[in-house]
Design a protein around this ligand. Structure first.
Ligand code: FES
Length: 153
């Protein structure tokens, strides 16, 4: 499970990655890996540490899909919405996932157990539709396979 944001860990991350403005994207990735999201306090801290304005950091955070500003659930399920997967039914699979998981795309369940997110190509187009659960990619996912994967979470 991801750690809740805390300043000491955040400072360690910035120092480890490199407290320089050109390291901003790498710092944000490291924060996502550790905390699952970029907290407002994190933006303030990064701005101070690498001498950029908060607006500059907000600009980068809002530009990239992966830089969430809300914590995720324990598990993150991403369903590919790019062309190859769409042609193989990823939209229908998404609707089915929303129904069985009782959570809409871009949202986290109330119990914070899981988050459902879109992704745009997982490099697994030959086996579309593809999904990713945490860091693992699954191909040729139909309703039955999704049921099995969800049951095993
Ligand atoms: S389009 Fe879905 S994995 Fe490439």
């Amino acid at each position: 499970m991801k750690k809740k944001y805390n300043e000491k860990t955040a400072i360690d991350i910035i120092d480890k990655v490199g407290a320089r403005p050109e390291m901003l994207v790498q710092i944000l990735h490291a924060f996502i890996k550790k905390f699952s999201y970029i907290d407002e306090q994190a933006i303030r801290l990064i701005a101070k540490k690498i001498n950029l304005s908060r607006a500059e950091i907000h600009g980068v955070v809002s530009f990239y899909h992966d830089f969430r500003t809300e914590p995720t659930g324990e598990k993150v399920i991403k369903i590919c919405q790019a062309e190859a997967c769409q042609s193989m039914g990823s939209r229908e699979l998404t609707k089915y996932a929303e129904k069985i998981l009782d959570v809409n795309m871009h949202q986290t369940s109330k119990d914070m157990k899981l988050t459902l997110e879109p992704v745009y190509c997982l490099g697994n187009c030959a086996l579309s539709p593809a999904i990713m659960i945490d860091e693992k990619v699954y191909g040729k996912v139909n309703e039955e396979k999704l049921n099995d994967l969800v049951e095993n979470l």
